[in-house]
Design a protein around this ligand. Structure first.
Ligand code: GDP
Ligand code: MG
Ligand code: ZN
Length: 306
C-alpha cells in the first residue's frame, strides 16, 4: 500500500541495500529499499547508487520503495572480480564532473597519478577539472609551468590557495549546481578546500574518503554532500583502486588527447610507438611537441603499471 503517488528523487546515501532518497518536492529524505521485482534475474552489478534519479513511493510506516531507476547519463564503475563473474560496482551515478585535486608543492604533485585519473575520466566519459592547490607555496610562473601541459590539452586548471583565498571563487563557480566527484592524494588540501567553501564540509567529505583510501571496512556506505550554493560533492570514490579494465592499447591512445591525433599518422596501424619507423609519436617526442612525461605515463599505463 502506498500513501502518495510515485515521486521522483535523488539517492543521496547508499548503505547495504538501503537508499536515502531526497524527493524533489520533499524536505526530509526517505529511507527506501528496492522494489522486489527490480532485484529479479541475474545480478551483474549494482542496481542503484548515489547520484541515481529514481521513482519512489511512500509506505505507511514512513519508509519508501524505489520503483524505478531512471536512465543514467554517466557513471563511475569499478569492476569487482567475483567467482560467478565480474560484478559492476557503481561508485557514483550521473557525475557531471570529476575534480582532481593536487598540490603545487608539499606534497609534490604526482602527475603520473593525475594522468591515470584523467584516463579513467576519459574512459568513463566524465569531464575532468584539475585543482592545483597550495599555489601560495610557489611563484605563480613555477606553478603554471607544472600544470601548463594540462591547460594546453584543454583541461580546466584552477589554481587555489586556502591560505590566500586565490581561486576559491572560481572553484565555487565550478562546483555550483553540479554533481562532482572529488579525488586526489591525501595532504593536498581537499578537506581544507571544502571547508573554505562551506564550513563543516571538509570533515564530512574527508572522513569517508580517508577510510576508503586505507581500505577500511568499517563504514560501507557512500554519500553525497549538499552544497549550500547548489550542487553536490561525492565522497572520493576510491579512484586509486579503479583499474583500467579491459582497455586495449588502441583504446588507451584515445584517452590521451595528446596522442589521439598523432597515432593516425603512424606508418603502421599496429604501431607500438616505441621503435617503428614512421612513428608519428616518437617523431613528436623528438621534436618536443609531445611531452616526455605524458609519453611515459602512456607507456606505463599500457604496460599495466600503476
Ligand atoms: N600552504 C598551504 N597549505 C595548505 C593549503 N590548503 C591546505 N593546506 C595544508 O595542507 C595540509 C593538508 O590539508 P588537508 O585539507 O587535510 O588535505 P587532504 O588530506 O587532501 O584533505 C594541512 O596542513 C593544511 O593546512 C594551501 O592552500 N596552502
Ligand atoms: Mg582530508
Ligand atoms: Zn607510432
Amino acid at each position: 500500500m502506498t500513501l502518495t503517488p510515485p515521486l521522483t528523487g535523488l539517492i543521496i546515501r547508499a548503505q547495504s541495500g538501503f537508499f536515502t532518497v531526497l524527493g524533489a518536492e520533499l524536505a526530509t529524505p526517505v529511507t527506501c529499499q528496492l522494489r522486489g521485482r527490480l532485484k529479479q534475474g541475474r545480478r551483474e552489478g549494482d542496481l542503484a547508487a548515489i547520484g541515481d534519479q529514481v521513482i519512489f513511493s511512500h509506505l505507511p510506516d514512513g519508509s519508501g520503495v524505489i520503483e524505478e531507476i531512471l536512465p543514467r547519463k554517466s557513471e563511475i564503475i569499478r569492476l569487482d572480480p567475483r567467482p560467478q563473474g565480474e560484478y559492476r560496482q557503481i561508485l557514483l551515478a550521473n557525475p557531471d564532473q570529476a575534480v582532481f585535486v593536487f598540490a603545487c608543492a608539499n606534497p609534490q604533485p604526482k602527475l603520473r597519478m593525475l594522468d591515470r585519473f584523467l584516463v579513467i575520466a576519459e574512459k568513463q566519459n566524465v569531464p575532468a577539472v584539475i585543482v592545483a592547490n597550495k599555489v601560495d607555496l610557489l611563484e605563480k610562473t613555477a606553478a603554471l609551468a607544472l600544470f601548463e601541459i594540462y591547460i594546453s590539452l584543454g583541461y580546466p586548471v584552477i589554481f587555489t590557495s586556502t591560505h590566500t583565498g586565490e581561486g576559491l571563487p572560481e572553484l565555487r563557480q565550478t562546483l555550483s549546481g553540479k554533481l562532482s566527484a572529488l579525488a586526489g592524494p591525501s595532504g593536498v588540501g581537499k578537506s581544507s578546500l571544502m571547508n573554505a567553501l562551506q564550513p563543516g564540509l571538509g570533515i564530512a567529505v574527508g572522513e569517508v574518503s580517508q577510510a576508503m583510501n586505507k581500505g577500511k571496512h568499517t563504514t560501507n556506505f557512500r554519500q553525497l554532500h549538499r552544497l549550500e550554493m547548489g550542487g553536490w560533492v561525492a565522497d572520493a570514490p576510491g579512484w586509486k583502486s579503479l583499474a583500467l579494465w579491459d582497455t586495449e592499447p588502441e583504446e588507451l591512445e584515445a584517452y590521451f588527447p595528446d596522442l589521439r591525433e598523432l597515432v593516425s599518422h603512424c606508418q603502421f596501424s599496429d604501431c607500438s610507438h616505441t621503435h617503428e619507423p614512421g612513428c608519428a609519436v616518437t617523431k613528436a617526442l623528438a621534436a618536443g611537441s609531445l611531452r616526455r612525461e605524458r609519453y611515459e605515463s602512456f607507456l606505463r599505463l599500457r604496460a599495466g603499471q600503476e
